[in-house]
Each structure stands twice: as C-alpha cells, then as structure tokens.
Ligand binder design. Structure first.
Ligand SMILES: Nc1ncnc2c1ncn2[C@@H]1O[C@H](COP(=O)(O)OP(=O)(O)OP(=O)(O)O)[C@@H](O)[C@H]1O
Ligand SMILES: [Mg+2]
Length: 475
C-alpha cells in the first residue's frame, strides 16, 4: 500500500485529501505545519507528499529546500492557491514533482498522484541499474588478487548490503577509505550520501558541531544553524575515520548515536533521529586502547560488530605488480603519456621493499615516475635511495653471524621473503660465474633443472651473457 503524507495548515484541506485517498486505498498521514511535516519525512518512508506553499512558520518552499539538503528524495506535489503559479514553478525547480492549484478536482489529483508514483518507480529502477554498474566499477577499483585480498572481497560482499557496523583495521595507506566506499556503493544506500569524517583532524571543540550540527547562536561564531555530518549522511553511510583518536567526551555521545540513532544539535534540545549506516576505521589497536583506558569498552563493542582487517602491502607482495600496472595505466592515461616499462631489477627492488606507507606510497611513487621519467624505462637506479637497500644481497650480508657461521635473527626481525630472494639471487650469480655462464652447468651445481634456472634468471632480471663470450673472457 502506498503511503502519502499531507502537509497543510488548512484543516479542511487535510480532511478532504485524507478521506479521499484513504478511500482510494492509500495509507495517509497528515501534518499541520511545515516543521512537523519535515520531521515526519525524516523519520518515515513515504511514497509521496503534498505540501502547501503558504503556511505560517516554515512554508512549502522551505520544506522542499530542507528535504533536498537532507537527501530526502520522496516525490513532492505542491499545493498552491490560484494565482501563485510562479511560486509553484520555483517549487518545481527545488525538486517538487508537480503542483496543483486550489480549489482542486479530486479525480484530477488521483491522476497526478499516480503519474508521480509511476515516474518515481522508474527512477528507482534506473538507480538500481546504475547501482549494478557501480558495483562492478567499484570492485574493480580495489586491485589485488592475493589470497588475503580475496578474503577481504568475500567479506565485503557478505556485509555490504546489511546495516551492520563495520570496523576497518589497517595501517596507514592500506585502503581503509577505499574499502569503506566499496561497502557503501555496494549497499542499497548507494544512491544516498557517503560522508567521511576524520575524527583526528578536527579539534575537539569543533568536532561535536561537525558531527551533530549546531543551532544559530549556540556558541560564538555560530552565525547560522548548521547541519552536522550525521544529518548529511541520512539515508546513507558515515565513515568515522581514525576513530581511535576520538576524544572521550565525544565517545559517550557517539555511543548514544550507535545505540539509538539519535542526537541533538549543539545548542538545541530537540532530538533528531537519523537512518545512517556507520563504518569506522582505525590504524590503532583499539582493544589495547580499551585496556589502557583511552577508548571506552562499550563503544568498542558497539563498533566492532564486524571487524575487517586489511593486511599491509608487505604481507601480500604478489599484489605489488598488479597495483603497479594499474597505477601506471591510470596515471599514464591522465598525463597523456605512454606507460613506462619497469625493468625486472627495478621491480625486484619494489617487491622487496617494506612499504611503510603501503598502497598510498606505491601510488605516489608511480605517479612521480610517470611524470619525471622521460626515457620510457625504469631501471633500479631510477628509484629513490630507500629502495636500494633491498638490492645486491645486502639484506643477508648485514645479518650478524655466530662463531659457527649461523645467522642470528635480529631483534627487530627480518623480512624472510626478501631475504630468501636475495640469498637465491646471490647463489645463482655465484654459480653462473663459476661455470662461465653455461646455464646447464650452473643448474647442475644448484640442483635445478635448466628451465627452472632460466625462469629464475628471467624473474630476477639477471642479465645473462652468452656462454661463448663469457668463456672467451675467462680464457
Ligand atoms: N587495493 C587497492 N587497489 C587500488 N587502489 C588502492 C588500494 N588500496 C588503496 N588504494 C589507493 O591508495 C590510496 C590510499 O588509500 P586509502 O585512503 O583508502 O587508505 P587509508 O587506509 O584510508 O589511509 P590512511 O590511514 O592514511 O587514511 C588511495 O588513493 C586508494 O585509492
Ligand atoms: Mg583514510
């Protein structure tokens, strides 16, 4: 059954419309002024509403304006007195679907209403189609096929279209915001706003008003009433980023929003209800923070409904080449340049690097290379200094040895994959040198078959001279 809201200060109009539409099988609610009509629109889902243009207090145009600011996309039909058609057109500009002039013929109303409901149904279908496209698009944005990332995708798929709170963990630059967006754009809230909010970037005094809004005059500087992020996100999703840095006084307030989905603007006592899906992100160990008393335990449990961990890039090195290729293509297209070719030696440095800044660091590096590199080819020497320590076997050479020659695991640990790579490369190079570059012989003393050795040489970018020339050198 379709649900209609009637906002009109004229009781007789309300009564007539209510009786008529009820008789036609609609579910009808009526409001006697603009503000209470708007409050109803915020709280409930209507298929359509009528609003009178001229009402004492909040008029019809204000209702339309506020509704559109709150991303309420319920179709509106404006009721105007004869002779105010100009204002009605203004109302259409503000998003009203149609208008009717008083006095009206009831049967005509029914036509207008049905037409509006049909169009709105089409629009919804269109949004759905767009959403499906978006889904594909957004899953593409997340690059990486490592088993760890596949687990992330599986979880996203399971939880996206629920209203559950998700707590996204990950070091800086691992893609927390991108994952949050992917969740939002794959939910039925996709056509409503995604509102990110960095809890660490805004001073505590301003943060409350930023989150919940404020009334005019609530504090010095509050010249106008302002809508907070929670109201902006109504119908959609809010991302509370760096939640671990949220000041304790705001932790209490947030807890209430999580529990009740309601709050008050600063300087107001009026409770506002919102329908917002909450995602939070952090690079801190929140559980530890609760033990240390800097983060409320009750809030932690409310947020940690579904934990989603994004592993650091160094724990999923096989994603590095695909990410490079992606970024390379994107930036080259953007800067209208040919994609660069990365030599295996350079790729190896990139694969072995620790990536403290994770995917963001990689993205920035590729952007810089695309802009600065003119030769079209990236060698290891083109990479910034910090990448060179992973070259030429320095990793294992720098490890201390015991008197019996056993490597000691240093206090800070090691990067085992990178180390094994280095050791492998160094032994292959030594073997090749010893046998004068004859691959079958080198393979023999390494206990590999020839094709495996050739593969490894290629992968490691070891430049192989032909045996003949090498042998000549040796003679
Ligand atoms: N898997 C991925 N595929 C493609 N791009 C990615 C991926 N992960 C991250 N990025 C890109 O890396 C950059 C950093 O990602 P994002 O801002 O989501 O990270 P973050 O974890 O929120 O970082 P911070 O902790 O610093 O806020 C963005 O430009 C994002 O598009
Ligand atoms: Mg972020």
């Amino acid at each position: 059954m379709h649900h209609i809201l009637i906002i009109d200060d004229d009781e007789s109009v309300r009564d007539v419309l209510e009786a008529f539409f009820k008789e036609k099988g609609f579910n009808v609610t009526a409001a006697a002024d603009g503000q209470s009509g708007l409050d109803l629109l915020k709280q409930e889902k209507f298929d359509l509403f009528f609003v009178d243009l001229v009402m004492p207090g909040m008029g019809g145009l204000d209702v339309l304006r506020e509704a559109s600011a709150l991303h309420i996309n319920t179709p509106a039909i404006v009721i105007t007195a004869f002779g105010t058609v100009k204002t009605a057109i203004e109302a259409m500009r503000l998003g009203a679907f149609d208008y009717i002039t008083k006095p009206f013929i009831l049967e005509e109303l029914l036509i207008v209403v049905n037409r509006s409901l049909d169009v709105s149904k089409l629009q919804k279908e269109n949004v759905m189609l767009k959403r499906q496209l978006k889904q594909k698009y957004d899953f593409h944005r997340l690059t990486g096929n490592s088993p760890q990332m596949q687990k992330v995708y599986e979880l996203i798929e399971k939880i996206a279209d629920t209203d559950s709170t998700v707590l996204i963990y990950g070091e800086s630059g691992t893609g927390k915001e991108l994952v949050a967006k992917t969740i939002h754009f794959n939910s039925s809230r996709a056509q409503n706003p995604f509102v990110p909010m960095n809890c660490a970037a805004i001073p505590k005094d301003l943060l409350e008003s930023e989150l919940f809004g404020h009334e005019k005059g609530a504090f010095t500087g509050a010249i106008n009433t302002r809508i907070g992020r929670f109201e902006l996100a109504n119908g959609g999703t809010i991302l509370l980023d760096e939640i671990g840095d949220l000041h304790p006084s705001l932790q209490v307030k947030l807890l209430r929003v999580l529990q009740e989905r309601e709050f008050e603007r600063v300087g107001s006592t009026k409770t506002i209800k919102v329908d917002v899906r909450i995602l939070a992100a952090t690079n801190k160990d929140l559980e530890k923070a609760t033990r240390e008393g800097t983060f409320r335990e009750d809030l932690y449990y409310r947020l940690n409904v579904i934990p989603l961990h994004i592993p650091p890039l160094r724990k999923r090195r096989e994603d590095i080449p695909v990410l490079i290729e992606d970024f390379m293509n994107n930036f080259s297209k953007k800067k209208k340049k040919e994609p660069l070719k990365i030599l295996p030696e350079a790729l190896e440095c990139l694969m072995n690097y620790r990536w403290p800044g994770n995917v963001r660091e990689l993205e920035n590096l590729i952007e810089r290379m695309v802009i600065l590199n003119d030769g079209g080819i990236v060698t290891a020497d083109d990479l910034p200094e910090r990448f060179h320590s992973t070259r030429g076997g320095q990793i294992h050479k720098s490890l201390p040895l015991t008197s019996s020659g056993v490597m000691l695991l240093p206090q800070e640990g090691v990067d085992l994959n990178a180390m094994l790579n280095e050791i492998e490369k160094s032994l292959i190079l030594q073997a090749m040198e010893r046998v004068g570059g004859v691959k079958s012989k080198a393979a023999g003393i390494l206990g590999l078959n020839r094709t495996t050795l050739i593969e490894k040489l290629k992968k490691k970018g070891i430049d192989v001279q032909s045996p003949e020339t090498t042998q000549q050198h040796n003679q």
